[in-house]
Design a protein around this ligand. Structure first.
Ligand code: AMP
Ligand code: GLY
Length: 423
């Protein structure tokens, strides 16, 4: 079958890598792809922000299966358009993708369905913000309602700071139209967990859990990023917790969306805070996480095509995934300056030596390839990943690989999975 992956990040490289292992796949495309993906799939140009461009690509390829990586095409309605034309596509419709596209929609949905989440207020003006702030303790979280690529959340230490941030969001200076509405939220404490499930609109099957590291600096310091690294182990949550999360969060979401007429198919990514009062939802994503996908797929032993088809065809079951008991980790190497401004076009060396280390796979994100050489082309450049029976070994392998790779300005966190190793 002909399979098309949409996107150009590390998540998409991991998808391509895994899909290539399926005996069902005879031809693999990725659009637009990146330097590393070029070695494993045929890359084609596309504008991920344009439905016309995506549909034109579909017309050209007539894919038997399309896998949508990032949220933007989903929120534009690529699944609706492809489905209408009879092209099987994995992911939620535009209506269902609201769970990620609008934080106020998600919060109100959670409240309607009594799913645990932090107390919040939705505000459309600075006056509403000021009056709502009187009801919050400090620190308080200020969120842009719309999609802001990880840059729409600020934890404010004072009410003055919260009001100033909200004003910048509301006036469009901070994240454009995504900030036209803001959500204020109580700040939760605990460990974050990325809990992803496969849904066919009715049933859900959990993926192995993972933990992301959102802040740019070691010890969770500095600004938020798209994610600087992630790991997955069999012990990250126990079976009892997994079942609790399915019963109290994932399944009620899928059932609630169906009851409200927006059936949710695809991966539902529940971003959770494991608080002393129990797990609470921080956010939903309507897709696989990046970088969580890299360690998650490294542990997947069954055929990914079969699982994606089960979602599309409405026959998801607990047996859709077979997982390795091994641990896996992904360390993101980023461009100097990221998550702020950064230069691109830096030559990347040492990839061959890194790939030679046992259990290591280097997923490309912001890279391009010219005359057999790789160059940086984005903020997050590489997801240096490793798998091993013990987390400690996986982490050691990933960092050994990072040390072999060089490009001007490269930086990466040195403490991915460190807290799990201490436990
Ligand atoms: P979100 O896009 O809503 O997941 O927010 C991005 C990141 O901000 C999360 O992964 C958390 O690290 C942090 N965050 C969001 N909401 C809260 C909250 N209510 N309390 C504490 N941290 C939060
Ligand atoms: N790693 C967080 C995300 O994919 O949104």
């Amino acid at each position: 079958m002909k399979v098309l992956v949409l996107g150009n990040g590390g998540r998409e490289h991991a998808l391509v890598w895994k899909l290539r292992q399926s005996p069902r796949v005879s031809k693999l495309y990725c659009a637009p792809g990146n330097g590393g993906i070029e070695d494993e799939a045929e890359c084609l140009p596309v504008n991920l922000k344009s439905l016309e461009s995506l549909v034109a690509l579909g017309e050209k390829i007539r894919p038997d299966l399309t896998v949508v990586g990032p949220e933007l095409p989903l929120t534009l309605g690529v699944v609706d358009e492809f489905t209408r034309r009879g092209w099987p596509v994995f992911g939620p419709t535009k209506a269902a993708a609201q769970l990620e596209a609008s934080k106020s929609f998600a919060k109100e949905f959670l409240q309607r369905h009594h799913i645990p989440t932090a107390p919040y207020a939705v505000c459309d003006s600075i006056d509403e913000v000021r009056s709502a702030l009187t009801h919050f303790h400090l620190p308080v979280v200020v969120k842009a309602d719309g999609l802001a690529a990880g840059k729409g959340v600020v934890i404010a230490a004072t009410k003055e700071e919260a009001a100033a941030v909200a004003a910048e969001m509301l006036n469009g200076k901070m994240v454009g139209a995504a900030g036209a509405r803001v959500v204020l939220e109580e700040c939760l404490e605990g460990d974050e967990l990325s809990f992803l499930v496969l849904s066919d609109g009715e049933r859900v099957a959990p993926l192995v859990a993972a933990q992301d590291h959102k802040r740019v600096g070691d010890g969770d310091t500095g600004p938020n990023t798209g994610g600087m690294g992630a790991y997955s182990t069999a012990s990250i949550i126990d079976d009892e917790m997994r079942d609790w999360l399915v019963h109290h969060i994932a399944r009620p979401v899928v059932e609630g969306m169906k009851a409200e007429g927006a059936e949710y198919k695809g991966v539902l990514y529940c971003g959770l805070m494991m608080t002393a009062r129990g797990p609470m939802v921080l956010e939903f994503n309507c897709r696989l996480g990046d970088p969580e996908t890299q360690p998650i797929l490294m542990r997947l032993e069954s055929d990914l095509v079969e699982a994606l088809e089960a979602s599309i065809e409405g026959r998801v079951s607990d047996g859709d995934f077979k997982w390795s008991p091994d641990a896996s980790v992904c360390v993101v190497m980023a461009s100097g300056g990221y998550p702020g401004t950064y230069d691109v076009g830096k030559n990347i060396v040492g990839l061959g030596a890194a790939a030679g280390i046992e259990g290591v796979k280097v997923f490309h994100a912001g890279t391009s390839k010219r005359a057999g050489e790789f160059y940086t082309a984005g903020g997050r450049v590489l997801g240096v990943s490793a798998r091993a029976p013990e987390l400690q070994t996986a982490v050691a392998r990933a960092y050994e690989a990072c040390e072999k790779i060089r490009f001007d300005g490269a930086h990466y966190r040195k403490d991915i999975a460190a807290r799990a190793l201490k436990k």
